[in-house]
Design a protein around this ligand. Structure first.
Ligand code: ZN
Ligand code: ZN
Length: 255
């Protein structure tokens, strides 16, 4: 029991360090020191109140506690034996190791799109998803600002996958780092990608900060997480997405 508690505390502290470091860096750069320099890439003109930021940090810390509890539960001796977690990185080859990271990203993306559509159902929205949508003008601190029920739902697919897919803890760690970076970018309130991304045959499928910001502002459309293909396939891309992205994205020097 004591070991489980130590494991939880270690993961909880580590998760918070990751969140505060990444969100804090982006916040200091865009909201404190250089807010005027990048103002043409600010997606919504107004800035959040301190109250918004405190609420976002409170719920994000709560989410970290829940995510740490889920990972700790997997490490419990009674559970670990049923998972396909493996600890020798070469056991399935290095190609599989990196493939598993990609699989986590693509599976989580599909899971997130449909889970997100579900929590927008009127029966679930207020109970589960409203806390996240209180941030109509998101900041880097919004990235994990979820009601506890949503905090569990957001990541539930990952512990479940450990029962069906051989996964190395480091592969999960790399995925979680990617997830955090993409969440902080998507909620940063600024568009960091250049305008030509929208015309690139591959990169145009990446989700953008403008895309997710529009979801927070209008509540409807743009449900995707890392990629835009589910929104495109399901016809849920906001009709003004491309136009807004073109306005806010970084313009290149040459034509
Ligand atoms: Zn939503
Ligand atoms: Zn969001």
């Amino acid at each position: 029991m004591e070991l489980l508690l130590k494991t939880w505390l270690f993961i909880f502290i580590f998760s918070n360090l990751r969140y505060f470091f990444l969100a804090g860096m982006v916040f200091l750069y865009f909201y404190v020191f250089y807010r005027q320099r990048a103002i043409d890439r600010k997606i919504q003109a107004r800035f959040p109140t301190n109250g918004d930021i405190y609420r976002e940090i409170f719920y994000s810390t709560l989410t970290a506690a829940l995510m740490a509890a889920m990972i700790t539960a997997l490490s419990a001796p009674a559970v670990r034996g049923y998972t396909l977690l493996y600890f020798d990185r070469a056991a399935f080859g290095y190609a599989y190791f990196w493939l598993s990271v990609l699989l986590l990203i693509f599976i989580h993306d599909a899971y997130f799109y449909w889970m997100h559509r579900a929590v927008h159902h009127p029966q679930l929205f207020k109970k589960v998803h409203f806390v996240h949508h209180q941030s109509t003008n998101p900041t880097p601190w919004t990235s994990f600002s979820f009601h506890p029920l949503e905090g569990i739902l957001e990541i539930l697919i990952i512990p479940l996958l450990t029962f069906v897919l051989p996964l190395h803890p480091l592969a999960i760690g790399i995925f979680v780092l990617f997830m955090t970076i993409y969440n902080v970018y998507g909620h940063s309130g600024y568009e960091l990608y250049p305008a030509w991304f929208a015309r690139h045959p591959v990169l145009r499928w990446l989700n953008t900060s403008v895309n997710h910001n529009m979801h927070h502002r209008y509540f409807k459309g743009n449900y995707g997480l890392y990629f835009r293909f589910w929104d495109e396939w399901m016809g849920t891309t906001h009709p003004h997405y491309e136009q807004t992205f073109a306005q806010k994205a970084r313009k290149s020097q040459k034509k």
